[in-house]
Design a protein around this ligand. Sequence first.
Ligand SMILES: *Cc1c(COP(=O)(O)O)cnc(C)c1O
Length: 410
Amino acid sequence: MAVKLPIYMDNHATTPMDPRVLEAMLPYFTEKFGNAASRNHSFGWAGEEAVENARQQVASLVGATAKEIIFTSGATESDNLMIKGVAEMYREKGNHIITQAIEHKAVLDTCKNLEKHGFEVTYLPVQKDGRVDPEDVRKAIRPATILICIMYANNEIGVINPVQEIGKIAKEHGILFAVDGVQAAGKIPVDVQKDNIDLLAISAHKMYGPKGVGALYVRRRNPRVQLSAIIDGGGHERGMRSGTLNVPGIVGLGKACELCQQEMAQESERIRGLRERLRAGLEAKLDEVFINGSMEHRLPNNLNMSFAYVEGESLLMGINDVAVSSGSACTSATLEPSYVLKALGVGEDLAHTSIRFGLGRFTTQEEVDYVIDKMVQVVTKLRELSPLYEMAKEGIDITKVKWQTAESAH
Ligand SMILES: *Cc1c(COP(=O)(O)O)cnc(C)c1O
């Protein structure tokens, strides 16, 4: 049977919604439309009951209790709330925050914003494999440090941080530990108790739920974390996040969490198998390919690879019936290579020819095989046009070649 095109292999950007999630949500758009804050009638009660059920489902996925879950509009908001909320609440204790170079922009830009308001932020480098060294975290701690913010798993390279070790260090020093758990939650086991996490951001649309809804775990005991709100209003969500609750979205997030929890063990093994098939297939049929980031500490659904001696744009064009992401931000006017790959020490050339493959719940073996064939075909064709590749194959060290360039070129 032929595969259906185009193929979606960009599940770190977003995931398709699971039909079971949609089914759970539907009644809450129509007959069960009540405002969960309406205390005086059954419409409101039905909404509230659905929200509290979802709160339990989310909590259960990450080892929390229901009261520790705050619903938000997504992980960008959760990241903002956990960082700004702590910064403002604990300002008298100190003004220093520790984070790292390859966080999502929702974290980096929030920290940059705080720097304009008197906070000092340490952006730790990552090691060549993309992971944060817990010892670097320890060394960066100052008396004024109030927050350590390190992501669980990276959205480009899928590399998983030593979260448990970092959490332990934070706890030893009495510093709050905030984690962007978007790419990890629902894919690998995340446990806020085991990992000593005080705040955890998650997003529904990265785990087969709807867009525009997320959650923030806020620890209530040992220690009890307090947050300043960034959205004021009716005092919803224990005053931490006002605004009428998105009941259908929240029901969807809850269902998505429940499904992930139930199916994680088998699903991650299946997806890991497909990812390994993809990796092995590409490595067997192509030379001069490089994996970006640790292979050992990596999400089962991620593969990030650079293909030397091809032109990044042409590569993407060549595989245009496969939806993937590339390491060059060609959406922006400047062709800047990914800051994540840069932080790993990947050179510009290889960063520009990197591809992020994001597999998911609905990825099939046929799709993986199609992608292998297509990649091999396109990379091989592009290399046939590359004098550099030819020279490299002839054993010429191209770093030592003296180029004759016409002044008009480029
Ligand atoms: C997608 C993503 C976000 C943002 O989540 P939204 O719900 O889309 O706002 C934050 N962090 C990471 C790591 C992500 O992958």
